[in-house]
Design a protein around this ligand. Structure first.
Ligand code: PXP
Length: 264
C-alpha cells in the first residue's frame, strides 16, 4: 500500500524546517468524526474538515485511531493519507494492530499515546520509562517503515530521558494540567505548570538538540499563547477547542484565529 504513503510537498519541507521558529499548528479533527459517529451517518466528513484546515494554514493534521473506533474510523485514515497536502500525525496506542495499520498507511508522523477504553480523552502521558525495552523495539519498527515517531509524555525528566533513550524523533508534552489549572482559575497552579513545561523543553533540548518538542492537550485560543512563546517548541496539536470554535466561526476562521493567538 505504498501508494498511500505520505509524500511531502516542497512547500511543506520548507515549513518543516520551521525557519521562523514560530510553532507550527497541527489540527486534530477527531471531533468532526465524533459528530458523525453520534448519528452513524456519513457527515460531517473529517477529510473535508482537514482539507479546509490545510487551506486556512494548518501545518499538519492529527487523527487518533482509537482501539474502540469511537470517532476516527480505519477508512478515514486511508482516505486522508491519500489526500492531505501537509502531514498526517497518526495518534495511536502501541499495539500490534496499530503497528500493522501504520506500516500500511505510512503517515509522516505516528504519535504513541496511552489509551484507556473508559477515558473521555487521553488522560496522561505515556509511561515510556516503565516500558523502555518494548517501546524501543516498537519505535524502531515504525522508523524502519519510514515513519517519524513522537511520544506523548508528561513534562517529567524521567519520561524525557526515557523518550530520548527510546530513539524517538520527537516528544509531545502533555499540557492538560496547565489547561485544567486555567479552567479552575488557579493562577498560581497555571504558572507552576507553565514552568514545568518550560523546564521540560530545556531538558529535552539539552539531552538531544535534534529532538523535536511538540505540545498539546486542552489548548485554546485563550491559553495557547504562553505555550507558543516557549523557545524550542516545534508544533502544537489542538483539537477540541478549535473544533468548538468552528461551530461558531467556521473551521477556516477557527484555524486562522488559533494561529493568530499563537503568534501574537
Ligand atoms: N495531543 C494528543 C497526543 C492528544 O491525545 C490530544 C487529544 O486527542 C491532543 C493533542 C489534542 O487535545 P485537545 O483535543 O484537548 O486539543
Amino acid at each position: 500500500m505504498t501508494d498511500t504513503a505520505q509524500i511531502l510537498p516542497t512547500t511543506l519541507e520548507k515549513n518543516s524546517d520551521n525557519i521562523s521558529k514560530k510553532p507550527l499548528l497541527g489540527v486534530n479533527v477527531d471531533h468532526v468524526a465524533t459528530l458523525r459517529q453520534a448519528r452513524g451517518v456519513s457527515y460531517p466528513s473529517p477529510l473535508a474538515a482537514a482539507l479546509l484546515c490545510e487551506k486556512a494554514g494548518a501545518d499538519g493534521i492529527t487523527i487518533h485511531l482509537r482501539e474502540d473506533r469511537r470517532h476516527i474510523q480505519d477508512a478515514d485514515v486511508y482516505e486522508m493519507a491519500g489526500q492531505l497536502t501537509t502531514r498526517m500525525n497518526l495518534e495511536m496506542a502501541a499495539t500490534t494492530e496499530m503497528l500493522e495499520i501504520a506500516c500500511q498507511v505510512k503517515p509522516y508522523w505516528v504519535c504513541l499515546v496511552p489509551e484507556k477504553r473508559a477515558e473521555l480523552t487521553t488522560e496522561g502521558g505515556l509511561d515510556v520509562a516503565g516500558q523502555l525495552a518494548s517501546l524501543t523495539d516498537y519505535v524502531s519498527k515504525l522508523q524502519a517503515a519510514g515513519i517519524k515517531v513522537s511520544l506523548f509524555i508528561d513534562p517529567d525528566d524521567k519520561q524525557i530521558t526515557a523518550a530520548v533513550n527510546c530513539g524517538a524523533d520527537a516528544i509531545e508534552l502533555h499540557t492538560g494540567s496547565y489547561a485544567e489549572a486555567g479552567l479552575e482559575d488557579n493562577i498560581e497552579q497555571v504558572s507552576i505548570e507553565l514552568e514545568r513545561i518550560k523546564n521540560a523543553v530545556i531538558t529535552a533540548k539539552r539531552m538531544d538538540s535534534k529532538l523535536l518538542v511538540n505540545a498539546g492537550h486542552g489548548l485554546t485560543r485563550d491559553n495557547v499563547n504562553a505555550i507558543a512563546q516557549i523557545d524550542g517548541i516545534y508544533e502544537l496539536n489542538i483539537g477540541h477547542a478549535l473544533i468548538a470554535d468552528a461551530l461558531f466561526m467556521g473551521i477556516e476562521q477557527a484555524v486562522i484565529t488559533m494561529k493568530t493567538a499563537m503568534h501574537r
